[in-house]
Design a protein around this ligand. Structure first.
Ligand code: FE2
Length: 347
């Protein structure tokens, strides 16, 4: 089996070329599954060549779990034995973990290459590999994978629909994008895991998509709504949940969307849930939604000051809102609360 000694002469060459050519051309997170020391050098090469955010050499980690959490853009797997083939099968056969995958074989394991291709592995390369060629192939595969996902993923379509719904009310322009961003910050600060944070961000973006089922004249009505109109409005979280249930994480996102008008004291809608029966994503969106509405100009009033919004949110903590979520929001950086996004992005 080839190991680091076989690759050693080639690695400095690839690295030096990369540095001199200033060829960091992409942003990927690559998982490298290998028991061999050379994995670290492939990692080093990949990072230099591609401007990779992080490249992680893995052995004995829960790689399948990490893939399902969306941790990687791409996997590089050294094929050692039939067990590794089973691992490739696990990754490629599950739509939640089906990432671009490059398999590395040596003179012993190259007989397994046809089987690997049969499982859907995207590329097989023979050791010793040129790090630059490996890194460039990973980049190309990721680009192709992203294009395919963009075409297949209904998320882009739903985001476009959500923005269209938002146009019913010109005063809410940018509201859903702010909801996505601020809800993500709050979700992180209360300790949610990466996949949950992403689900909250998606729910924040799509929380009002169900308004598409509410007549526009009701949404735009300047005066008070009558009882029938209120009944229709109160159904928008239900319609929204039905729509987002079609997404990849729909079983997680739909309850968040459905519950974003529930109150901590059980007096909200549509289900009258209370306290921790309300999904945490719904509780987060409820607070951020109220905060953004308070701090944005409305037809009937100017935006409240940050101090006044703080006071009102604190007042509603424990009755309308989850107190912990209010605290988490109000503890966010002033750059986020004041919606200075260019600054906030660097947090
Ligand atoms: Fe809503």
């Amino acid at each position: 089996m080839f190991n680091f000694r076989h690759l050693q002469p080639e690695l400095p060459l690839g690295l030096d070329d990369a540095v001199s050519a200033d060829s960091a051309v992409g942003q990927l997170t690559v998982g490298i599954v290998t028991p061999n020391v050379w994995g670290f050098d492939i990692e080093r090469a990949a990072m230099r060549l591609l401007g990779v955010r992080s490249a992680t050499t893995l052995e004995g980690e829960d790689v399948v779990g990490m893939c399902s959490d969306g941790f990687f853009d791409c996997l590089i797997v050294e094929l050692q034995n039939p067990l590794t083939i089973m691992f490739c099968n696990d990754i490629k056969s599950d739509p939640y973990t089906n990432l671009p995958m490059i398999v590395l074989v040596d003179e012993v394991t190259q007989s397994l290459a046809p089987e690997a291709y049969g499982l859907g592995v995207d590329n097989v390369m023979t050791l010793p590999v040129n790090p630059e060629a490996l890194a460039m192939r990973a980049l190309r595969l990721c680009e192709r994978h992203r294009e395919q996902r963009a075409l297949e993923n209904p998320m882009g379509v739903l985001a476009a629909v959500s923005r269209t719904v938002e146009k019913h009310d010109p005063y809410t322009a940018g509201h859903i994008e702010r909801l996505r961003a601020i809800s993500g910050h709050v979700a992180r600060s209360v300790g949610l895991q990466r996949a949950e944070v992403e689900a909250v961000r998606v729910a924040g973006l799509l929380h009002d998509i169900g308004k598409i089922a509410v007549p526009g004249e009701i949404l735009r009505k300047p005066g008070a709504l009558d009882a029938h109109e209120w009944t229709l409005i109160k159904q928008h979280p239900v319609h929204g949940a039905d729509i987002v249930a079609t997404l990849r994480q729909g079983d997680v996102i739909a309850p968040m969307v459905r519950s974003h008008h529930e109150h901590w004291n059980g007096k909200g809608y549509p289900d009258g849930l209370g306290s921790t029966d309300i999904p945490i994503g719904g509780r987060i969106i409820a607070v951020v939604d109220a905060f953004d509405a308070m701090t944005t100009d409305r037809p009937y009033r100017s935006a409240l000051t940050l101090e006044e919004a703080r006071r009102r949110l604190s007042e509603g903590a424990g009755t309308q809102f989850d107190r912990n979520i209010v605290t988490a929001l109000l503890d966010l950086s002033p750059r986020v609360l004041e919606k200075r996004w260019e600054d906030a992005l660097s947090l």
